[in-house]
Design a protein around this ligand. Structure first.
Ligand code: C2E
Ligand code: MG
Ligand code: MG
Ligand code: MG
Length: 280
């Protein structure tokens, strides 16, 4: 009897898994179609210096609008795009858009603003990735130092040699590198000395918990680690004044969070920058 029971459960779970898989495949098909029809958008979230209070750059974030006016979260569709390999094509579109945006900002008189772009493992693994990034920068004739690549710990852990080699080449070309979501992955601190890094992004989880003893200690430790390694530090997900005060006291260099600005489409970004400029 027990065995039969187990069998029914198994069938139930299998059916559920098949449903979920079919749902994901349908979503992936939609994503592929919308990408082919130029429906994906690249939005920008400002990054602010805690010393000068000026906008110093922004992170490029993908947006997938739906007919009902809502957006499917990147947390949902990026893993699908990674799994299917579609992220390679989407990623090179993102890179082109970001370099174009740097160029456009320059034309508007914003010459020193950098743009950070998230890069996934399949991109590193794809043929010609390094050259394609260099080509983007060269085509737009922009300062390579204004382009920053964001990689997560899991990307490094996956295939450290490929990633380290690629980043070293890009770095010697002048492109900047940040480690994203720092502290929540499973990375070994050893990678910190092997990677050609410029910046550490303190994960939002530690900023959220910065009013608790453990969160405070971890955030402070990461910021100190950055300082000792001569890396710039940026705190992600700062939403409140209290959180800002805490990271300022810890000596964090920059912030990115809803308290300053949410991710916004390119047209809004220009208005935002103009307002910032006018405010001094
Ligand atoms: P991420 O790279 O860590 O990006 C930061 C995420 O935190 C963004 O979520 C941003 O909207 C959100 N965020 C920023 N400030 C705040 C805040 O104050 N409060 C809260 N609650 N959230 C804040 P988003 O846009 O949903 O992106 C999620 C993730 O999707 C990104 O995490 C990144 O890993 C991935 N992603 C987005 N665009 C791309 C892309 O072009 N390529 C790749 N490979 N991944 C991307
Ligand atoms: Mg990021
Ligand atoms: Mg992050
Ligand atoms: Mg993240």
């Amino acid at each position: 009897k027990a065995k039969k029971h187990l069998g029914q459960n198994f069938q139930y779970y299998q059916a559920e898994m098949e449903d979920e898989m079919a749902e994901r495949l349908a979503l992936l098909r939609m994503l592929r179609q919308d990408f082919a029809h130029d429906k994906l958008q690249l939005w920008y979230q400002p990054q602010v210096s805690l010393i000068t209070k000026q906008v110093v750059g922004m992170e490029a974030l993908l947006r997938w609008p739906q007919p009902n006016g809502q957006f499917i979260s990147p947390a949902v569709f990026i893993p699908l795009a990674e799994y299917s390999g579609l992220i390679v094509e989407i990623g090179s579109w993102v890179m082109e858009q970001a370099c174009l945006q740097i160029k456009q900002l320059q034309k508007q008189g914003y010459t020193g603003l950098r743009i950070a772009v998230n890069v996934s493992m399949p991109q590193f693994r794809s043929h010609g990735f390094v050259q394609s990034v260099i080509d983007c920068v060269t085509t737009q004739q922009i300062d390579p130092q204004l382009l920053e690549l964001e990689i997560t710990e899991s990307v490094v852990m996956d295939e450290p040699k490929i990633v380290i080699d690629a980043l070293q080449k890009l770095k010697s070309f002048g492109i900047k590198v940040a480690i994203d979501d720092f502290g929540i992955g499973f990375s070994s601190l050893n990678y910190l000395q092997q990677l050609p890094l410029d910046r550490i992004k303190v994960d939002r989880a530690f900023i959220r918990d910065i009013d608790k003893p453990a969160g405070e200690v971890i955030a402070e430790t990461i910021i100190n680690l950055g300082k000792r390694l001569n890396l710039a530090t940026i705190a992600e997900g700062v939403e409140t004044q209290a959180q800002e005060q805490a990271i300022v006291a810890m000596g964090c260099d920059e912030v990115q969070g809803f308290m300053y600005a949410r991710p916004m489409p390119p047209a809004e970004l220009l208005t935002f920058l103009q307002q910032q400029k006018a405010a001094g």
